[in-house]
Structures are given as structure tokens and as C-alpha cells.
Design a protein around this ligand. Structure first.
Ligand code: HEC
Ligand code: HEC
Length: 416
């Protein structure tokens, strides 16, 4: 279980190694790994050149090399975040860089525990979604391989389409060797997974009132753990727009700017505060953001993993079957979502009560659920650190932020 804040660093840094290596003690390491820290070079000689009877290339090395897992040590965000931690905590630099010591104890990435507390533990494994199985018997090795049932594709798709594209764009700086078309294909496949079966939104109970309009937006998650899960820079939010018969926008909550910031999100405007969870939204500067927010020991909002002492907000969407009243501390709902009767297993429902007295005729409501792997604040806070890795990441983010989020699901309703 990833207990410490440093658990992240451990998890990610160990990414490029293969399964076997992770169970072995890390006694020595070289460029190509020591005897107990093998790299993928040791495996692809035999576990590549694999084709299904219908002709799909399911080579393990080829499938894997374009994954975020394979690229994790080159990830410029991760490099910037580790540099920041070593600047914040110079006493712990060796431990942070050597992943040898737990320095803190805030649960930072616990998808397994979230899944275990959900209905998915009964019917859908991690591999069912992250390593989708080949249906026809296929050899798992090109050397003496007999066709085997259920070869799991080693694509390991998660949510980070944005970083796959960033790695591709800055491939020369970052030493990325996987062919560009493979990284782009992995980014597209990640988008496809995010946009299929991940979530849906519905606009319900619409009513015109003397003052304007009221309706509810229901969000349903189909994911096997919280949505978003994993590293706390991930966020999902509702972008809701109302237009009048002439197309004029009479209300908008949650628009995203080209720099990656969400309009109305207090935390994007000011690093010391955050946007609370809502049962009801009445103003354009209120926005429903599903995210986790940490504070340090003094109660100050932070994106520093080792500074994080507790979560003051965790309203990430719960998976089907997740009972928030019996969830352990490590996976608890935090902040106002805990007492929100509409925030339950499998989704949330938010009421919008909007004044639009001057809007005549029909109104068009549009609701989008958006996902962003690296939120504005998580990126921009690195800019305060004067180091090559932090400055480099922020410059990449600034150049690519317009493509940092996508629509998971959307819905519209015309109200006469
Ligand atoms: C010299 C060729 C060769 C190399 C190199 C090699 N393997 Fe294998 N591997 C095989 C063969 C052969 C099998 C058995 C295939 C079968 O059962 O059909 C196998 C099976 C496996 C299995 C499945 C085990 C099971 O219980 O079904 C895994 C996992 C695996 N290898 C991982 C790795 C990893 C990780 C590496 C690199 C560290 C690696 N292999 C390197 C040839 C190789
Ligand atoms: C029903 C499908 C499904 C199941 C089951 C599932 N996942 Fe996921 N997983 C997803 C989707 C979709 C995403 C991207 C959206 C998100 O963050 O929730 C994701 C994201 C992740 C991420 C974050 C990746 C990123 O880029 O941020 C991790 C880590 C992860 N899953 C691990 C697991 C583990 C471990 C299990 C089993 C304990 C598991 N998943 C079970 C569908 C699934």
C-alpha cells in the first residue's frame, strides 16, 4: 500500500523496471540495471513479435513502451515535482531521491483501496480495464510460445493523454525514444478510454421560475475507483452554460481558459484558498470540481506532497458500491461532500438555481464533464522554484495548456 507521500516517488520511479524487479531488493543499479533491477531490454527480446490470429500486434514490449508507465522516469512533471520536494526539504534530499525512506504518511495514491471498497471488487479487476485481454488464444512469447488464453494487452492506459503528448512534443529534450506515432496512438487510446464508459451526465428536473431557471445535473461514474484517481493533480469538473434564444450566454460556470485555469475556481486564482464542494450552484463564480485538496500542518493549502498533512476536500466521484459512511480514513470523502445526500456511490447530483430575468424565450442548457490530468495550480506552483526541472516543466505547461483537458461526457436540454 502506498502510505507515505514518498510512495508516489517510489511508485513512479520504479515504473520503467519490469514486474520482477519490483519485488527484488534494490541493492545495486547501473544504466541497464543490476542483477536485481532489470530493465525492459532484458525482456523484449522474447516478449515481442506477438500477433493475434486476426493480425493485431500485441507485442508486450511494443504495447508497453508508449505507456506512461514506461515513460515515467522521463516525465518532466515528475522530475519538476521531485526537484521541488528536495528544495522544500533539503534535509531529506537523499531519502527523496533514493526512495529508501518513508518521510511522511499521507495516503497519496490508493486506487487499490478505493476499488476494494467498491462493487468492482466483485466483478471487474484492475486488469479488466487497464490490461484488456485478447479474446483469441495468442502466444505470449516469440520464443517457444504456445497460444495461451487471455493475453493481457500491456497498454496500461490511464488518464494522462496530456503528458503523452508533452513527451512527444519535447521528445528531444527529454530523451524520448519511442516512435512519435506510437505515443500519439497511446494518447488517442487514452482519450478513447476516458470518453467511453468512464462517465455520463444528465440534465434533469428543469423548471422555469419567475426569477430564471432551475435544474439538476447528475453525474455518473463507471470507473473502478474514484474519478479521478491517482496523483492528486488530477481533476474533473462541471462546465455548465445557459444560452438564450438569440445564442447569448446568460450563465456560465466552470469554463476553462487556454492557460488551463478554471473560471471561478478560487484555488486557480489564489494558491492559498480552494473551491468547496457544492450541493447547489447559484452564481457563475461557483464551480463543482471533483478533486482532492491538501493542507499542511498549519492548515495552509499546498501541492507539496511532503508538506501535505491532511485532505480538507476529497469529493472525487465514488465508484459504484462505495459506501462513504464505512470508508476508512485512507479513502474517506472529505469536506462538504461527506454530508451531501446527493453525493453517493457512482455519482453526484448538483442543483443549479440561476437568475435570468431578462432572458426571454427558450433557454439552452449545456453541461460538460471535463477531465484534466495536471491542474493549473499543480503546474504553476512549481514555477516558484528556481531549478532547471521546475522551470522547464512550467514552460512546457504554458505552451501546451490549451490541450490539457478534455470532455468526458456532455448533455444538453432545451427549456421552452
Ligand atoms: C529468452 C527468452 C525470454 C526472455 C528474455 C524473457 N522471457 Fe518471459 N517468458 C519466456 C517464455 C518462453 C515464457 C513462457 C511462455 C508460455 O508459457 O507460453 C515466459 C513467460 C513469462 C511470463 C508469464 C509467466 C506465467 O506464469 O505465465 C512473464 C510474466 C514473463 N515471462 C515476464 C518476463 C519479464 C518481465 C522478462 C524480463 C525481465 C522476461 N519475461 C524475459 C521467455 C523469455
Ligand atoms: C472499470 C474500469 C476500471 C477498473 C476496474 C480500474 N480502473 Fe483504473 N482507471 C480507469 C479509468 C477510466 C481511469 C482514468 C480516470 C480516472 O482517473 O479514474 C483510471 C485511472 C487509473 C489510474 C491513474 C492513471 C492516471 O493517469 O492518472 C491508476 C493508477 C489506476 N487507474 C489503477 C487501477 C488499479 C490499481 C485498479 C484495481 C485496483 C484499477 N485501476 C481498476 C478504469 C478502471
Amino acid at each position: 500500500m502506498a502510505t507515505g507521500a514518498v510512495g508516489l516517488l517510489l511508485l513512479v520511479q520504479a515504473g520503467p523496471a519490469e514486474v520482477r524487479a519490483q519485488t527484488a531488493p534494490q541493492t545495486d543499479r547501473g544504466d541497464r540495471g543490476g542483477p536485481s533491477f532489470q530493465t525492459s531490454y532484458e525482456c523484449v527480446a522474447c516478449h515481442n513479435g506477438l500477433t493475434t490470429p486476426t493480425g493485431e500486434n500485441v507485442s508486450i514490449g511494443v504495447n508497453w513502451r508508449a505507456s506512461m508507465m514506461a515513460q515515467s522516469a522521463r516525465d518532466p512533471y515528475w522530475q519538476g515535482a521531485v526537484r521541488r520536494e528536495t528544495i522544500d526539504h533539503p534535509m531529506h534530499t537523499a531519502a527523496i531521491e533514493d526512495e529508501s525512506r518513508v518521510v511522511g504518511t499521507l495516503p497519496e495514491q490508493v486506487p487499490y483501496l478505493e476499488w476494494q471498497h467498491s462493487a468492482f471488487r466483485e466483478d471487474q479487476s484492475c486488469q479488466a480495464c487497464h490490461m484488456p485481454a485478447v479474446t483469441e488464444p495468442t502466444p505470449i512469447t516469440s520464443v517457444v510460445g504456445e497460444p495461451r488464453e487471455r493475453l493481457g494487452r500491456h497498454t496500461f492506459l490511464g488518464g494522462n493523454f496530456f503528458m503523452l503528448r508533452m513527451l512527444n512534443r519535447y521528445r528531444a529534450d527529454l530523451g524520448v525514444t519511442v516512435p512519435p506515432q506510437e505515443l500519439e496512438a497511446a494518447a488517442r487510446a487514452t482519450e478513447r478510454q476516458l470518453q467511453t464508459d468512464t462517465a455520463s451526465v444528465d440534465i434533469t428536473t428543469t423548471a422555469r421560475t419567475a426569477a430564471g431557471i432551475e435544474f439538476a445535473v447528475s453525474v455518473t461514474s463507471g470507473v473502478g475507483h474514484k474519478l479521478p484517481t491517482g496523483y492528486p493533480s488530477r481533476r474533473v469538473w462541471l462546465h455548465v452554460t445557459i444560452r438564450d434564444a438569440s445564442g447569448r450566454t446568460v450563465f456560465e460556470s466552470g469554463a476553462v481558459a487556454p492557460d488551463g485555469a478554471i473560471a471561478g475556481n478560487d484555488n486557480d486564482a489564489d494558491a492559498t484558498v480552494y473551491e468547496r464542494h457544492y450541493q447547489e450552484i447559484r452564481a457563475a463564480d461557483e464551480v463543482q470540481i471533483y478533486e482532492s485538496v491538501m493542507t499542511d500542518a498549519d492548515g495552509v493549502v499546498t501541492t507539496g506532497l511532503l508538506r501535505g498533512a491532511r485532505y480538507v476536500k476529497d469529493n472525487r466521484l465514488l465508484p459504484r458500491g462505495f459506501d462513504k459512511t464505512t470508508a476508512s480514513d485512507d479513502i474517506a470523502v472529505r469536506g462538504r461532500a461527506d454530508a451531501d445526500p446527493d453525493f453517493l456511490a457512482g455519482g453526484d447530483r448538483v442543483r443549479y438555481v440561476v437568475d435570468s430575468p431578462d432572458a426571454a424565450g427558450s433557454l439552452m442548457i449545456e453541461a460538460e464533464l471535463r477531465y484534466q490530468p495536471i491542474g493549473y495550480r499543480w503546474a504553476q506552483n512549481l514555477g516558484e522554484y528556481d531549478a532547471v526541472e521546475t522551470k522547464r516543466f512550467v514552460s512546457y505547461y504554458d505552451a501546451t495548456a490549451a490541450g490539457s483537458s478534455l470532455v468526458l461526457a456532455h448533455s444538453s436540454a432545451l427549456v421552452e
